[in-house]
Ligand binder design. Structure first.
Ligand code: SF4
Length: 153
């Protein structure tokens, strides 16, 4: 185990301890979802400057609704051999963050489920059970549709 890993563990434990003892809140920004799972209660997933999913942490890891969230979670290294899932490799290129189209879903150019509808209407964040929210016209197959009309692939 390298010393930088041990140092990171010490810092994370310190942050967790402060949070619990003082009732503090953090805005914690990370690409390491294992650390997010350890430290956070609510998770916002962003893609090109837009929130695409906002869930309580357990809900996010158990039932990701957005295709980008699902791809991110598939890349998290598993601790236990049985926890491994097949890695989702995204094709395509991210669209330019400088001048994104206001009507186009920002994940469109990399999304395996994209169709013409995703090009014509930016998906809004919609509520799901368990306090989850996701912005996708075709949420993942195991996600229940919200009350508003959503297309299911
Ligand atoms: S709205 Fe369409 S392009 Fe955007 S994430 Fe959902 S399925 Fe993919």
């Amino acid at each position: 185990m390298c010393s930088s890993f041990r140092e990171a563990q010490v810092i994370l434990r310190f942050l967790e301890d402060l949070k619990n003892r003082l009732g503090m809140s953090y805005l914690f920004v990370s690409h390491d979802l294992n650390v997010v799972r350890l430290l956070c209660q609510r998770v916002l997933v962003m893609y090109l400057g837009k929130i695409v999913e906002a869930d309580p942490v357990a809900e996010l890891f158990e039932r990701p609704r957005h295709p980008y969230t699902k791809a991110l979670l598939s890349a998290v290294p598993a601790v236990e051999k049985g926890d491994r899932t097949e890695r989702i490799r995204l094709l395509g290129e991210p669209m330019s963050p400088i001048d994104p189209s206001p009507n186009l879903c920002r994940f469109y150019s990399r999304c395996p489920k994209a169709d013409a509808f995703c090009q014509s209407e930016m998906p809004a964040l919609r509520p799901y059970t368990g306090g989850a929210e996701a912005a996708c016209h075709y949420p993942e197959e195991y996600a229940e549709p919200p009350e508003e009309k959503v297309r299911i692939a």
